[in-house]
Design a protein around this ligand. Structure first.
Ligand code: OGA
Ligand code: NI
Length: 353
């Protein structure tokens, strides 16, 4: 049985493995909440429509990703294909996951992750290291969505009955948005002759997966975290937030900020591997998830990854006399990524020259 669920259902006190000895100060002083981060909002439609100011919007994108490392993306219509992520589809994605969570335990266990596996429903894979680590008070369902021949259907819920159909539709729309986003990112850095420069790292042997995160209510939110501080070991990450309950926080200038809920917007994070490929032009933001004493929270992440074993390094076009190379070559390894996560370190620190 998944222990996070068990605790959530029985309402028992949190076992020691979830407890931080120092208060993690979800809001420093509960009566004065942490400030809201004013994340720049990017209108995706403008990125693709020259007559309404593509250049300006590209510059906003570049500047936001180089200082915040994240943006809110609205109006996700990619003109060429006319693919939009409608808010009704976002609601359906949230709904099927909520319905999945409400299923009897034995039904959910049909999708259970194996202890040393990556896909399926459960808590994070544990790394065998002697360092004492605090566990995240959350559970997640992780499923590869692209390429389609890498989907492991045995982990895809059969209940609720439309779960698979909804995820299939959402992930295909996000795939189009993902590719267009990486193209726009390359253009914003004037990699015009090759606007697939970043995209190639995913399209050639890489993968995209969905992660449905579940954060139960927590009786001691000042002593536990939904996700520990981390940056994403991805290329990019698109996050669909809970429609009602906040929890995501971003570290900026050594201060934690709350990420607001913006209806119909997706949160885009630069991943560590994109930071390296961009030679540090884009920053991969450190973020965490705090818990709510009364309410559960969920989120749905679509993230892209390079091919296992591939070498990641700054693009040649982004290294010059004025912009010296900031990172050495690093080999992408999913197991290393898990190790970085648990130990609170980052591949970007290892790679930095
Ligand atoms: C993640 C993540 C944030 C959230 O899954 O890597 O940072 O709000 N999720 O769930
Ligand atoms: Ni993250």
């Amino acid at each position: 049985m998944d222990s996070v669920h068990e605790i959530a259902i029985t309402g028992q006190n949190l076992p020691a493995k979830y407890i931080y000895t120092d208060s993690i100060n979800p809001s420093q002083d509960p009566s004065i909440p942490l400030p809201l981060l004013e994340i720049p909002v990017i209108d995706f439609n403008r990125l693709a429509t020259p007559s309404i100011g593509t250049g300006e919007e590209l510059e906003r994108l570049r500047s936001a990703l180089s200082s915040y490392g994240c943006v809110m993306v609205t109006n996700h219509r990619v003109m060429v294909t006319n693919h939009g992520v409608e808010s009704s589809l976002m609601d359906r994605v949230r709904l099927v996951f909520k319905q999945f969570l409400a299923l009897p335990m034995e039904e959910r266990l049909k999708c259970q992750k194996e202890a040393d596996g990556f896909e399926g429903f459960g808590s994070d894979m544990m790394v065998t290291k002697d360092v004492p680590v605090v566990h995240d008070f959350s559970a997640r369902l992780r499923l590869t969505t692209w390429p389609e021949d890498k989907r492991q259907m045995k982990y895809w819920p059969e209940q609720p009955h439309d779960f698979r159909e909804v995820l299939d539709e959402y992930s295909s729309k996000l795939l189009v948005l993902h590719d267009a986003t990486l193209g726009a990112m390359a253009r914003s850095l004037s990699l015009d002759d090759d606007d697939s420069a970043f995209l190639n790292a995913v399209r050639e042997g890489g993968s995209i997966s969905a992660r449905f995160n579940f954060y139960p209510p927590c009786p001691t939110p000042d002593r536990a975290l939904g996700l520990k501080p981390h940056s994403d070991g991805t290329v990019i990450t698109y996050l669909l937030q809970d429609g009602e309950v906040e929890g995501l926080q971003v570290l900026k200038d050594e201060q934690w900020f709350r990420v607001p809920i913006v209806p119909d917007a997706l949160v885009l994070h630069v991943g560590d591997h994109l930071e390296i490929m961009s030679n540090g032009e884009f920053k991969s933001p450190v973020h965490r998830v705090v818990l709510n004493p009364e309410r559960q929270r969920m989120s749905v992440v679509i993230a892209s990854f390079p091919e296992e074993g591939i070498q990641i390094e700054p693009l040649e076009g982004l290294v010059s006399g004025e912009k010296p190379r900031l990172y050495r070559q690093v080999k992408y390894s999913v197991v290393d990524q898990v190790g970085y996560y648990w130990s609170g370190t980052r591949v970007t620190d290892d790679a930095r020259i």
